[in-house]
Ligand binder design. Structure first.
Ligand code: PHE
Length: 382
């Protein structure tokens, strides 16, 4: 039975009935207090916050009014002691009180060796941390904390960002909870316009939505910075889609926007062709096909020749030889005006791409749901 078991029993239960027995019990307890203090000082503590915590824990362990060792001694040894023993127990108890006070548990903070905040903490011996001070078995194996890795969607996003950062673009962001004004109206999609139905919108109230694309940040950035403007806008978007292998109600886009004097469709083609070659390899070719978006005119869809089969047709490009990359176009003059930019002086191009889709193509993943299920067996492959 340890001394800590003994303080949970009465002297009678312990069979202690004379002064000598009482004194040796208290001596044992004083030794334990001294030992725990020495343990803590020897162990040090890796960080200042933890150091303070350990000292406080030691103090509470002994001196807490409720459940501290001293209060247990009071409850179990002193109060129920027999008339004959009470004076001895009382005297010993006072001695113990003075002794533990002299150990100055709270002030140990200063005495503890202080290790650098940056000290590697990969392998903390078991028994360190919150439960200290306890006797530590240094022969136990270390606690190895598994290293995480960058999520494939984040990795893809950063790769795309890096290419545009090299071209002089900077990164801008905007809110995921967006007004219908920025998400639709300012982008030339009036309420009555049937193309609003192209975006399966999740409404918060009649004037607030979860943004269905990153395009609203085009307007926010124009208002904030004016022209010239070269930005990309990565972020989460939301649509009322049932989850399946290619759809997720939450997904990621990157928007690109370049506004300056004399920006033409040739700049758009040149930039996106360069981008595709940087990302998929020098060999790929880009294809622009006409399309429609209310906020660009003209609008296009960009595809890249399959980087796996070089356009021959394979599983990745679904036998078509081409991989659809993004929507793009020249910023509609009305959209420039809505952002406070004079379309007589400035012109611009924009694109929007799905980061999840890019990551699926690049890493040959056939189910978008895998990105969001948090299954380490999937994630640790990256
Ligand atoms: N916002 C469009 C979408 O989500 C993509 C796009 C962005 C198209 C910019 C053209 C220009 O479908």
């Amino acid at each position: 039975m340890t001394i800590f078991d003994k303080i949970r029993r009465t002297l009678q239960e312990l069979g202690v009935s004379d002064a000598q027995g009482v004194e040796s019990l208290f001596a044992e307890l004083r030794k334990a207090a001294e030992h725990e203090r020495a343990e803590l000082v020897a162990g040090g503590a890796p960080q200042q916050a933890e150091r303070d915590g350990l000292c406080k824990a030691l103090r509470d362990r002994w001196l807490a009014r409720k459940g501290g060792f001293l209060s247990q001694v009071d409850e179990n040894w002193l109060k129920p002691a027999s008339k004959e023993l009470k004076p001895v127990v009382g005297k010993q108890f006072n001695k113990l009180r003075r002794f533990t006070a002299s150990l100055e548990f709270e002030k140990l903070v200063e005495a503890l060796p202080f290790q650098q905040e940056t000290a590697p903490q990969m392998e903390l011996p078991l028994g360190s941390g919150a439960g200290r001070p306890v006797p530590r078995d240094l022969t136990l194996p270390g606690l190895r904390r598994p290293l995480g890795s960058i999520h494939p969607v984040t990795r893809m996003q950063r790769e795309i960002e890096d290419i545009f950062l090299r071209l002089g673009f900077w990164i801008e962001s905007g809110p995921e909870i967006e007004s219908t004004y920025y998400n639709f109206d300012a982008l030339n999609i009036p309420e009555s316009h049937p193309s609003r139905d192209d975006w399966d919108t999740l409404y918060i109230d009649s004037k607030t939505v979860l943004r269905t694309h990153t395009s609203p940040v085009q307007i926010r950035a124009m208002e904030k910075y004016g022209a010239p403007l070269y930005i990309i806008i990565p972020g989460k978007c939301y649509r009322h889609d049932n989850p399946d292998s290619t759809h997720s109600p939450m997904f990621h886009q990157i928007e690109g926007l370049a506004i300056d004097e004399d920006i033409t469709f040739a700049d758009l083609k040149g930039t996106l062709d360069f981008f595709a070659k940087m990302l998929f390899g020098e060999k790929v070719r880009t294809r622009f096909q006409p399309s429609f978006f209310p906020f660009t005119e003209p609008s296009g869809e960009v595809a890249v020749s399959c980087f796996v089969c070089d356009g021959q047709g394979c599983r990745v490009c679904k036998e078509s030889g081409w991989i659809e990359l993004m929507g793009c176009g020249m910023v509609h003059p009305q959209v420039l005006r809505n952002g406070g930019i004079d379309p007589e002086k400035y012109s611009g191009w924009a694109f929007g791409l799905g980061v999840d889709r890019f990551a699926m193509v690049k890493y040959d993943i056939n189910d978008i749901q895998l990105f969001f299920q948090g299954d380490v067996r999937f994630l640790e492959q990256f």
